[in-house]
Ligand binder design. Sequence first.
Ligand code: NAD
Length: 275
Amino acid sequence: MTTISSELRPFNRLLLTGAAGGLGKVLRERLRPYANILRLSDIGEMAPAAGPHEEVVRCDLADKAAVHQLIEGVDAILHFGGVSVERPFEEILGANICGVFHVYEAARRHGVKRVVFASSNHVIGFYKQDEHLDANCLRRPDGYYGLSKSYGEDMASFYFDRYGIETVSIRIGSSFPEPANRRMMSTWLSYDDLTHLLERCLYTENVGHTVVYGMSDNRDVWWDNSQAAHLGFKPKDSSEVFRDKVEAQPMPAADDPARIYQGGAFVAAGPFGDD
Ligand SMILES: NC(=O)c1ccc[n+]([C@@H]2O[C@H](COP(=O)([O-])OP(=O)(O)OC[C@H]3O[C@@H](n4cnc5c(N)ncnc54)[C@H](O)[C@@H]3O)[C@@H](O)[C@H]2O)c1
């Protein structure tokens, strides 16, 4: 169970989109101390049904009116919903492109002032693994999914400049129970470190639009979080404890994108719809 520092006051109502997903299920438990009421939303079914201090709302992010209703009465939004892998553009469009617009527009209309946006390392996936990046690097999306997250970051930036809605965009590396391959030795983000990072994203004042790389304290990293130092994110875990297990796997071929690009196999997905 996550504990919340005594200096922090829980939000009255926090919204988590994507609550039926892999990270959503993990965060449903871990976000509890941060809100009097946690509103959980997804297009898919959320089991179990709402427990104490929870509200469960089925909602398609592509449906503007439904998203408008969803956001009424919330104090901050953790936007994790959407298509989370590379897919044909038409499948990404509703959930990720229209969806992120609907979330920000509803936030503006309902006066929500803080969003945490689950962006992705796939906004910079076409950089090579020997390149070191900070938050100001040019984005090099590795597919339609990465493009949609890049658009989401631009949406966040615009809604801050125009309407003062603050966002932390987390370029999440690989947040799973453990790193599954060599690439994830660099990109892994433990669930404990993710939870700590979300706390910092919710409570740090004056974030404007901050971009932070979501990674644990791994040995060999490609990303530099000095531009997000004001968040005070101090990861405690490291992929190092999994090294022997991961390196027991066969080494990918020298020309395998998993070995060359930061985005790994995503850079080689598609093309779609040639038939
Ligand atoms: N897990 C990671 O390592 C990782 C890495 C980078 C970015 N992210 C981002 O973090 C978020 C959560 O990732 P995850 O691994 O839990 O993904 P996931 O695919 O398990 O969860 C995403 C959820 O969004 C929901 N969704 C899809 N389309 C929707 C729509 N139109 N309306 C409402 N809900 C919709 C899905 O039903 C799903 O439950 C995603 O935005 C993903 O892009 C995750």
